[in-house]
Design a binder for this molecule. Structure first.
Ligand SMILES: [Zn+2]
Length: 320
């Protein structure tokens, strides 16, 4: 018995789209938190003078564009690679220790960064969603925050994150992106119980585009590559990421020509903590997206719905 239900059969009219629209595009950015250029890597803390300035420029140049920022409520890893420690080589012990270097407790908690919160809340056409709680787990897969936890523990972590957002006064659109994509069943249930509206987990940049294509790369597998999909037993809508800096424009055209949602993913920083992101939002990726957005506008005009995961969720879940 599958936990996943298709929202719309390939042959049926896509009811997630407003009248007159034949496909959609959304853009989301992960790992946003208040680290500044004085820290190991800047991830939004420099506000308009840093990585978020690039987002601001993009929003200004493309008045139809909407952005979802996945913000971590209390980011802990300072380094993004294993710290030098013999303990990481000892069987069993290695599963129970923290692998990367950490920021001091609470340093990156967003409710301690009022200017960061004010800046995010003031960005136009931008929605905020949650990206884990600490972006950390014990053991070698330290970025995969949700692994073996049960539903109650997941729910507790989600509530902690929501409390931090609420104390900060950060507007929250009810969405979630699990760190390092991994979305166990216990977390799906907890997200539904805690009244989250949408989640993005499955990422697939390789599977050829077709209406029936399913994700088979990172995170949730076997969900629709092109269409929003409801996860059973709760009203949680799943969005796959199907495009990033390394994808060709033709992949974007194929997704749109098949009536799908072009779901573009970026990470807020390119290089930091000893790690480089293939989809880090550097000047090169911004230039590529600038050109792509202009091309999409020229090619598809008003038939393309420039939207966000939150807006689609609202449309799909609106009371009948
Ligand atoms: Zn992340």
């Amino acid at each position: 018995m599958g936990i996943l239900n298709r929202m719309n059969a390939p042959s049926s009219p896509p009811d997630w789209l407003p009248p007159g629209k034949t496909a959609a595009v959304c853009f989301s950015i992960d790992d946003v938190h208040p680290a500044t250029s004085q820290d190991d890597y800047e991830t939004g803390g420099d506000l308009g003078d840093g990585a978020l300035g690039r987002v601001e420029t993009m929003l200004h140049r493309h008045p139809q564009l909407k952005v979802t920022l996945f913000v971590t409520p209390d980011w802990r890893p300072r380094g993004l690679v294993r710290r030098p420690s013999l303990l990481t080589r000892i069987p069993i012990v290695r599963e129970h220790i923290i692998w990367p270097t950490l920021h001091p407790e609470g340093k990156m908690r967003v409710d301690r960064h009022a200017a960061f919160v004010d800046y995010l809340n003031a960005l136009p056409r931008t929605e905020i969603a949650m990206h884990g709680l600490h972006h950390l787990h014990r053991g070698p897969r330290f970025a995969v925050e949700f692994q073996e936890q049960g539903q109650l523990e997941c729910a507790g972590m989600l509530r902690q994150g929501l409390d931090i957002f609420m104390n900060a006064g950060l507007k929250h659109s009810g969405g979630f992106q699990p760190p390092a994509w991994n979305l166990p069943q216990a977390l799906i249930q907890a997200l539904g119980d805690e009244s989250f509206r949408y989640v993005s987990s499955g990422r697939d940049l390789l599977t050829p585009v077709s209406p029936d294509a399913q994700t088979a790369m990172s995170g949730l597998r076997g969900v629709s590559l092109l269409f929003p999909q409801e996860l059973a037993h709760n009203r949680l809508l799943h969005f796959s990421a199907n495009f990033q800096a390394t994808s060709t424009p033709q992949r974007a055209f194929d997704i749109i020509d098949n009536g799908g949602l072009l779901s573009i993913k970026a990470h807020i920083f390119k290089t930091g903590g000893g790690h480089t992101m293939a989809d880090g939002l550097d000047d090169l990726y911004c230039n590529y997206l600038d050109l792509l957005f202009t091309t999409l506008r020229q090619r598809y005009g008003d038939t393309l719905w420039w939207t966000s995961m939150g807006d689609i969720s609202e449309r799909v879940h609106k009371p009948c």
